[in-house]
Write a protein that binds this ligand. Structure first.
Ligand code: PAF
Length: 324
């Protein structure tokens, strides 16, 4: 029997994850491993969900696949959520696609508790600008921003494989600051996670990584690791060279050598991973190109700067999206 929303909430803690794709599920597993109770907010289901994660293979154990970990989560359907349902949620972690963030959060804001804290953890940039305007109506709420380079892929709807380690950076966005206990929990639960005073610079660095890896893997239909080849390295350098002046126009100082090192580190750490954009194109889903290379192109236009390669890549991915 499907439990009622009240049954679900009685059993629930006050952390919810909105957007339970591969990264969202991975964060659920990582928080649950630290005994946190997590509620899934999803459009797809009404009952508790059993999520399974195949952990990262230990570098020394090349031949055997590690045992999967399974947890059960209460879940609520986003479209039916009332203020009563949401009254328990103190920390809402948003791991949806970048282009869904504003549309999904806008109707929720008025229903969430007045002091709910929101953490955005998606690829690309842009939604935080729209949210800064919307949150002006909710003075007790706060927004933290984050970015993760952990690799994860879905094996089936509720089954994921953790495919790569990687840095996770979190920091204060605006409004009320995150409660110390939640901040400590997140840093404890997510491996290689750090609190950054200047999170906007970290987001630009991650944007640079996504601008290089995501569209190139989608266009060339390859795993992240294939981008280590010399012919791709030239394109990556060119993309970064175009991006640096745009970030500078926004007051963010980035350097080519440092960015190239970061991109190649992620290529190496997630070599076996198929990027999220590769997966979106393969499964005929919309991509986050507008919030990745599209964000760079749009900012460049505002500052009168030229980013022809980002522009060309944006067009290539849009045409791949249009093919069905
Ligand atoms: O979007 C992705 O796939 C990921 O952000 C990353 C870090 C590029 C790994 O595949």
């Amino acid at each position: 029997m499907t439990p009622s929303a009240e049954d679900v909430l009685q059993n629930t803690a006050n952390i919810a994850v909105l957007g339970v794709g591969a990264v969202g599920q991975l964060i659920c597993h990582q928080l649950t491993a630290k005994a946190a109770k997590v509620l899934l907010l999803t459009r797809d289901v009404s009952g508790p969900q059993t999520l399974t994660c195949q952990p990262l293979m230990d570098a020394s154990a090349t031949s055997c696949v590690p045992d999967s970990v399974t947890h059960q989560y209460p879940s609520l359907i986003t479209t039916n959520l009332t203020a009563e349902h949401l009254a328990h949620i103190r920390l809402l972690i948003v791991t949806t696609k970048a282009y869904q963030v504003v549309a999904l959060l806008t109707p929720l804001l008025a229903k969430l508790r007045a002091d709910c804290h929101i953490l955005l953890l998606h690829n690309g940039m842009g939604p935080h600008l729209a949210l800064s305007v919307l949150l002006a109506q909710h003075p007790a709420m706060g927004l933290s921003l984050g970015t993760t380079s952990q690799g994860a892929m879905r094996l089936s709807q509720w089954q994921i494989k953790h495919t790569g380690t990687g840095l996770t950076q979190l920091g204060h966005g605006f409004g009320a600051v995150i409660n110390d206990n939640y901040r400590a929990l997140l840093l404890d639960a997510i491996p290689d996670s750090h609190w950054q005073d200047d999170i906007i610079t970290s987001l630009w660095q991650k944007l640079a990584i996504n601008c290089a890896i995501n569209p190139l893997t989608a266009i060339h239909q390859c795993q992240n690791g294939a981008l280590a080849a010399p012919q791709h390295q030239d394109t990556i350098s060119q993309l970064l060279l175009e991006l640096i002046p745009v970030a500078k126009a926004q007051g963010v100082k980035l350097e080519l050598d440092n960015l190239l090192e970061k991109v190649n580190q992620v290529i190496h750490l997630t070599a076996q991973n198929y990027s999220s954009m590769y997966q979106d194109i393969t499964h005929h889903r919309p991509t986050e190109i507008a919030q990745i290379n599209g964000y760079v192109s749009q900012c460049a236009q505002e500052y009168g700067l030229k980013t022809p390669l980002h522009h060309a890549i944006l067009a290539s991915i849009k045409s791949l999206e249009a093919q069905d």
